[in-house]
Write a new protein. Structure first.
Length: 162
């Protein structure tokens, strides 16, 4: 009797883990980069919160961190510095875990370039620019478009860099 209960519990646990992994994998494959970059460029608090909500707990931490930082920069945001620090920690952790990801480097570059001097988040702009330029061709087309659009307003990146 006890053995049947143990086996049932083990099977249920395996189904739960398998289901959780498939949800995380599905998110990784379904990240709507167009919506992400639209929210980063001119999204409202509701747009950003909705996008963060679709990412779940295990979604791309760097992307969530970038969205949290973006939300901290919106007018009327409460706890801006706390939000900025939280987003920065998530982005930096994802970059540390995936140092060869040019998209994460682009996110950090664009955030560092726009962040106020008082937060002291400007140290990787030059390094990220060089990395992004040398790995630009590896980016998906929608991200390449976002980088090119950003270069039109950037003081660091120029459209001639690509």
């Amino acid at each position: 009797m006890k053995m049947k209960i143990i086996w049932k519990a083990a099977i249920l646990t395996l189904f739960f883990i398998a289901g959780k992994l498939s949800i995380d994998t599905a998110f990784a494959q379904k990240l709507d980069r167009a919506a992400f970059y639209a929210a980063m460029k001119s999204g409202t608090k509701d747009d950003i919160d909705k996008l963060i909500g679709t990412m779940g707990e295990q979604g791309f931490k760097g992307y969530k961190g970038a969205l949290i930082i973006r939300e901290a920069g919106l007018p009327g945001a409460k706890g801006r510095l706390k939000m900025f620090k939280e987003g920065k920690a998530m982005l930096e952790a994802d970059i540390a875990a995936h140092p060869d990801n040019p998209e994460l480097r682009f996110l950090r570059l664009s955030i560092q370039e726009r962040s106020p001097k008082i937060v002291g988040y400007k140290g990787d702009i030059k390094k990220d620019k060089e990395f992004l330029i040398s790995h630009f061709d590896e980016l998906p087309p929608v991200v390449q478009t976002a980088v090119k659009d950003y270069s039109k307003e950037s003081k660091t990146l120029k459209s001639t860099d690509f």
